[in-house]
Design a protein around this ligand. Structure first.
Ligand SMILES: Cc1cc2nc3c(=O)[nH]c(=O)nc-3n(C[C@H](O)[C@H](O)[C@H](O)COP(=O)(O)OP(=O)(O)OC[C@H]3O[C@@H](n4cnc5c(N)ncnc54)[C@H](O)[C@@H]3O)c2cc1C
Length: 362
């Protein structure tokens, strides 16, 4: 723990470099700067967020719903993270999530209810009360009242502004490799949040394609994300601001980030249209695909490579927005000398070419 204890003892005066300005890097830089560290945040994209998975997210904070397919640790840490988001972000909408199924897929709804907690069952009257625009279309649903959501562009812009205001030096258009070459003799701690960009250093990191479309219509009004269960392609609609809706998302074992396929577009738009016919007249504002970084178990990890003075924070899969505050807190605790036995922390140095030479001091 020599590198970490240098920080702990206040000996280390060099800035901490956070590489990657997706949601994990933004939260990390902000947290450490607010804790008093000198932080530099770099990203190889000159257009902020243009090449991040984060810019494609729906930004649901849905630990209960995600627990249908995710391990318990995602639920446990997701609940902690929700509390941290509520403190940090004034734009958070805490209206919960609605989960629905067509009458013919009612068994899907029953299965979802058995696999999850934190919900109440709604009949048609209750559904109309919660979302008047769905009135009469569905006979039953589940309301997860303690979940929340945000609008992705707004929250990413907020985190970047807050990071700058907290004193983070932000450099876009800078490759980590360039920085390491220029600065190798003086480099301090590196926190690597490059998502799939760190694949060479992290064995087992893979990409999972997610496609989504943004629609705009003044004729539909939802207060909360609505998930429509379906045996083949469960899809959700997240209300953003100004009449915009994010419709997502496919989950495909592929690292292809090319435009949305016709089949996926049909499924996404078909679901929106099933929820409300007025989506048929909506404008298609944007569409695209992001590639989620994931490890084999789909659980994010904080990997400490002490000899290289590097901490990787990666593998956030479908949970990057949800878990970002907990991961940032976990690294901050490590630097403060605790959290060594945190369930998301791994001290096994990856068996891959190092980014930087081992520190001779150790
Ligand atoms: C369609 C879709 C919907 C989603 N919905 C949700 C949701 O509702 N809720 C939720 O919690 N999560 C959701 N996710 C998952 C979430 O988006 C990801 O888990 C998260 O974005 C991962 O963030 P990250 O910061 O690790 O990676 P990224 O966002 O990919 O950021 C990595 C950054 O590193 C930079 N970089 C790469 N290489 C280098 C280099 N060599 N030098 C410098 N910089 C570099 C990149 O430019 C990028 O900005 C969704 C994902 C998708 C695709």
């Amino acid at each position: 723990m020599a590198v970490l204890s240098e920080f702990l003892n206040g000996v280390e005066q060099r800035p901490i470099t956070v590489a990657g300005a997706g949601v994990l890097g933004l939260w990390q830089a902000l947290k450490l700067a607010r804790d008093g560290a000198k932080v530099r945040l770099i990203d190889h994209s000159s257009d902020p967020l243009a090449s991040s998975a984060s810019s494609y997210a729906g930004t649901m904070l849905a630990p209960f719903c995600e627990a249908e397919a995710a391990p318990q640790t995602v639920l446990d840490h997701g609940l902690q993270a929700l509390a941290l988001w509520r403190e940090a972000y004034p734009g958070l909408v805490s209206e919960g999530t609605l989960v629905l199924a067509a009458a013919r897929d009612h068994s899907e709804l029953e299965r979802f209810a058995r696999m999850t907690e934190g919900h109440t069952t709604c009949d048609a009257a209750r559904l109309s009360e919660l979302e008047p625009d769905l009135g009469g279309r569905f006979a039953a649903g589940l309301h997860f009242a303690d979940e929340a959501h945000m609008a992705t562009p707004d929250v990413l812009a907020f985190l970047l502004d807050e990071a700058r205001a907290a004193g983070v030096e932000v450099n876009f258009g800078v490759q980590l490799a360039e920085l390491e070459e220029e600065d190798s003799e003086h480099s301090g701690l590196l926190i690597d949040c490059r998502g799939l960009g760190a694949r060479q250093q992290l064995p087992g990191l893979r990409g999972v394609r997610g496609e989504r479309v943004i629609l705009r219509t003044p004729e539909v009004s939802f207060r909360r994300p609505v998930r429509l269960l379906h045996p083949r392609h469960p899809i959700y609609v997240v209300p953003w601001s100004d009449g915009e809706f994010m419709v997502g998302a496919t989950v495909l074992e592929s690292e292809d980030d090319s435009p949305v396929s016709v089949r996926s577009m049909l499924e996404l738009l078909g679901t929106a249209y099933t929820l409300h016919a007025a989506f048929g007249e909506a404008e298609i504002v944007d569409s695209g695909s992001g590639v989620r970084p994931a490890f084999d178990d789909n659980v994010p990890k904080v990997i400490v490579c002490e000899r290289q003075r590097c901490i990787h924070v990666n593998g956030a899969y479908r949970h990057g927005f949800l878990l970002a505050p907990v991961l940032a807190q976990c690294v901050a605790d490590l630097l403060a000398g605790s959290a060594a036995s945190h369930p998301l922390v791994d001290f096994t140095e990856p068996d891959r070419p190092p980014l930087r030479q081992p520190d001779e001091v150790i």
